[in-house]
Design a protein around this ligand. Structure first.
Ligand SMILES: Nc1ccn([C@@H]2O[C@H](COP(=O)(O)O)[C@@H](O)[C@H]2O)c(=O)n1
Length: 599
């Protein structure tokens, strides 16, 4: 039987504030449609979300307001429910498709592999024919080689209850690592197209810009400026993602953006009041528009609370069926098959790097020396480089399952190397990857090696100083000892009668610090470098003359320029396969042989 997620604990809650138009928003779900089986706070599944949405749509009808459900991409890669089947997504496309989504767009993970793009084109786009928007994404038809829009460029529709006219767009950031059967048109170029110029002159009551775009990245700002120049008073709602964070950004009094986290931990809520229906002689400049936001922890207790229904009435027949689809799929994929038992929690950002509880230190010190070995080269000293972005999730103490392997790293990247690189040259590579700068051309910004949370951080995320021994990415202040990204302002000398808070997100954004629905005590997050490196087989007495320089293939575009800058003249002809296994395989193999006892 599928293991039951632990029951969520009741916590103090902030209610949802409804407006004339309201949004429920998911982003970067990465296949986590089954919810978090090891974290009660995020344990609701896609079926529960469908039940919730059905109650909320009813509530909107009763209030005479509108509710729109939005998803902003990266639905794939990162969970066994998607990655564990052949072909990938055998179950998830059908499960996701059960939700009635009003607006959706594409993320970069839908674009890394040709077959993912094709499935998106053949399954998701036709399923959501009216709501899928691809403002800056084209598909190359395999039969003809023709370049066609992946979906409609924009939509214009009237809302159900209030009859507001909406123009909705759907963007992806200027992503350039997409596979060859797709074309991402840069946002600035897209905005010069005739269709875009007509769309922004449609005079709707509200623009909705959905996008797989981090709120602090340049693209939404560019879109805001162009729409605002042509529409001085029309409200604009942005729904973004990609950065895996909860965030809200105010562009001006009538333009506001929300990002709703990652991995189906969060359901975002945005509500807007003060929208004026356009009369023939255009909108009034006087209208005051207000935006509210809430980040909902995705668990049934909280969803029930917001839906205002009794526990026994929460699951709708449709939602219940979808939950069953998920349970059946997990069973068919054998996702709960135990590979080993983790003796402790290992964290990506909730522990300092390096440390005993850092997942990156564990990989560097235990997994890589043992598991990334080419038998023919086993006697050679070697450096193995991994970008931290290749790791996607923490490991919890206890059962490590088939599912866990995909949660930690779903990618198909393998390990390549350059043999016999002079150590004096090779040792400089990791420093350059972690400090970036002008060594690399603009498209090789080293921030793309790191975890999404660090790529375009919000100004409210604390600045993270480096530890003494490791160079951290540029945006960190390097003056002090390592500090948590979120200050722990809880008072340990707890001498009042207030209930103990459960730890969780304590988001700060452009609207303040009251966005999270559940009142939590803060969790500390620490910064990580762009890349980590394992040194293996070094002689004890002195540095080696030469080393094998091994790296996960995602990092390859940065390796040659870094070597050049360090005095090594190499090109791609010098690179060959070191280990024909993915990081997922490497970790699974190591766990199977080393974590054999304990649960
Ligand atoms: N083969 C890959 C693909 C991506 N990454 C890392 O993921 C980051 C993007 O993550 P999002 O979920 O925000 O799209 C990317 O910048 C890389 O760090 C990878 O390591 N290998």
């Amino acid at each position: 039987a599928q293991p039951e997620a632990p029951a969520p604990v009741a916590v103090p809650m902030r209610d949802l504030e409804w407006g004339q138009i309201n949004f429920l928003h998911t982003t970067d779900t990465h296949g986590w449609l089954g919810g978090h089986l090891q974290e009660a706070q995020y344990s609701a599944d896609w079926g529960d979300y469908i039940s919730f949405t059905e109650h909320m749509r009813k509530k909107a009808d009763e209030k005479g307001v509108d509710l729109l459900v939005v998803d902003t991409g990266d639905r794939v890669e990162g969970n066994g429910l998607y990655d564990g089947s052949t072909p990938k997504g055998n179950y998830t496309y059908g499960i996701f498709g059960q939700q009635n989504v009003d607006i959706l767009c594409t993320g970069n993970h839908e674009l890394y592999q040709e077959d993912t793009i094709t499935r998106e084109h053949r399954i998701t786009v036709p399923h959501f024919k009216k709501s899928y928007i691809a403002s800056n994404l084209d598909y190359i038809e395999p039969e003809t080689g023709n370049q066609i829009p992946q979906a409609q460029r924009y939509t214009k529709f009237k809302t159900k209850n209030r009859g507001y006219t909406i123009v909705a767009l759907g963007f992806i950031f200027d992503f350039d690592r997409n596979a060859n059967n797709s074309v991402v048109i840069p946002v600035e170029e897209t905005m010069k197209k005739e269709w875009f110029q007509s769309a922004i002159r449609e005079k709707p009551d509200l623009f909705v810009v959905s996008g797989h775009v981090g709120l602090r990245m340049k693209e939404f700002e560019q879109i805001f400026k162009v729409i605002r120049d042509a529409n001085w008073y029309t409200p604009i709602a942005f729904l973004g993602g990609h950065a895996h964070v909860r965030d809200a950004r105010k562009f001006d009094d009538k333009a506001f953006a929300i990002a709703s986290g990652r991995y189906f931990e969060t359901i975002g809520w945005m509500s807007i009041d003060g929208i004026q229906k356009k009369s023939k002689d255009s909108a009034s400049a006087e209208a005051t528009v207000t935006f509210k936001r809430r980040y909902i922890d995705n668990n049934v207790l909280g969803l029930q609370h917001h839906a205002g229904v009794h526990e026994a009435d929460f699951l709708t027949p449709h939602g219940r069926n979808v939950s069953k689809m998920i349970t059946d799929a997990r069973k068919a994929l054998n996702l709960d098959h135990k590979i080993g038992c983790s003796p402790k929690d290992l964290w990506m950002t909730r522990a300092q790097y390096p440390s005993d509880t850092s997942i990156f230190s564990w990989l560097e010190n235990e997994v890589f020396p043992d598991a990334i070995v080419n038998k023919e080269r086993a006697d050679k000293p070697r450096l193995t480089i991994l970008n931290t972005g290749a790791i996607r999730f923490d490991i919890f103490k206890g059962a490590f399952t088939k599912d866990s392997t995909y949660l930690i790293s779903p990618f198909t990247s393998k390990f390549n190397y350059i043999p016999n690189v002079p150590y004096d040259v090779a040792k400089k590579v990791i420093q350059l990857l972690n400090s970036g700068g002008s060594v690399f051309e603009a498209e090789l910004n080293t921030k793309y090696l790191s975890i999404p949370e660090q790529m375009a951080p919000s100004p409210f995320l604390g600045r993270e100083p480096a530890s003494a021994t490791h160079i951290l990415p540029q945006f960190f202040d390097t003056s002090n000892g390592q500090q948590p990204l979120v200050a722990d302002d809880t008072d340990d000398t707890d001498d009042n009668d207030e209930p103990q808070l459960v730890s969780g997100y304590t988001t700060k954004d452009d609207l303040g610090d009251d966005g999270d629905d559940a009142v939590h005590s803060p969790i500390k997050f620490y910064g990580v470098p762009n890349c980590v490196q394992s040194e293996v087989g070094f002689p004890e007495a002195a540095d080696p003359e030469t080393v094998d320089l091994i790296f996960i293939d995602y990092v390859q575009p940065w390796i040659i320029p870094a070597l050049k800058f360090s005095g090594g003249d190499y090109d791609t002809d010098n690179i060959t396969v070191y280990l024909n296994a993915t990081l997922t395989d490497v970790i699974a193999g190591w766990v199977e042989t080393h974590w054999t006892e304990g649960c």
